[in-house]
Design a protein around this ligand. Structure first.
Ligand SMILES: C[S@@+](CC[C@H](N)C(=O)[O-])C[C@H]1O[C@@H](n2cnc3c(N)ncnc32)[C@H](O)[C@@H]1O
Length: 229
């Protein structure tokens, strides 16, 4: 989506930021338990003010969020009573750093090294070709061996607004250089979107993935830059 879409959403709040959960996502607790986080640096792209950041900060070594809307970042720290300091575009509190930056323009020096990517409501927030550009950014930021926990929604009929429906087959095509373990796929008949959009069904998938090798097919980033935003 256009940047303005997200700034507007955070300005209006209410149902415009209904992606924000008031709890820690159960998939994070189930699939990324404390022992799996020990000593790890977790990258949370497009983090919003997710409480999952708090969970990771408790058990991981470092947490790095990336969020373009400063208001969301400030709300995260204030609502969780966390004292923070701002150094340029970095907001830091203990082992949590949130970069107030456009994810698509980050390089390895901005992020530093990380072991695990946590993606809930991030990939599904982006339409094509922005989704491809997001994947490309992650591809060149992520070293071989990186773990990636991905959460997607799959539903029908298809909507033209986020969150977009992404199937397991699409996930497989987006991550050909990853080994993929499809760990969750419950049908959620009581999900708020089912009622709101009169969906016939909705599944919430969870994928635990590990990067095996660098992708030999590098998408031309300059070409993507021209088409996105
Ligand atoms: C659907 S929300 C999901 C937030 C969070 N992952 C969660 O689970 O609550 C997507 C977030 O990405 C942010 N965002 C969108 N485009 C971005 C970009 N290019 N760079 C950084 N953040 C971005 C939006 O402001 C929004 O907070």
């Amino acid at each position: 989506m256009e940047k303005a879409f997200w700034f507007n959403s955070w300005e209006l709040e209410g149902h415009y930021t209904s992606f924000h959960r008031k709890d820690i996502h159960p998939y994070a607790i189930k699939h990324l338990p404390p022992f799996a986080l020990e000593g790890k640096t977790v990258l949370v792209p497009l983090c919003g003010k997710s409480l999952d950041l708090l969970y990771f900060s408790r058990f991981a070594h470092q947490v790095i969020g990336v969020e373009i809307v400063e208001k969301a970042i400030i709300q995260f720290f204030e609502e969780n009573q966390l004292a923070y300091r701002q150094i340029g575009s970095r907001f830091v509190s203990g082992n949590i750093t949130i970069l107030c930056r456009d994810f698509f323009y980050l390089n390895r020096e901005d992020i530093g090294s990380f072991d695990l990517v946590y993606d809930r409501a991030s990939l599904v927030a982006l339409p094509e070709p922005m989704r491809m550009r997001y994947l490309q950014t992650l591809e060149w930021l992520s070293p071989v061996g990186t773990l990636y926990f991905l959460n997607t929604l799959e539903y029908a009929p298809i909507l033209k607004t986020p969150p977009f429906s992404i199937s397991p087959a699409e996930v497989a095509s987006y991550f050909p250089n990853y080994v993929i373990d499809h760990v969750e796929c419950p049908m959620l008949p009581d999900h708020g979107m089912v009622r709101k959009f009169n969906l016939t069904h909705l599944k919430e998938h969870g994928f635990m993935m590990r990067k095996l090798y660098d992708s030999p097919v590098l998408i031309d980033i300059d070409e993507l830059m021209e088409t996105a935003w």
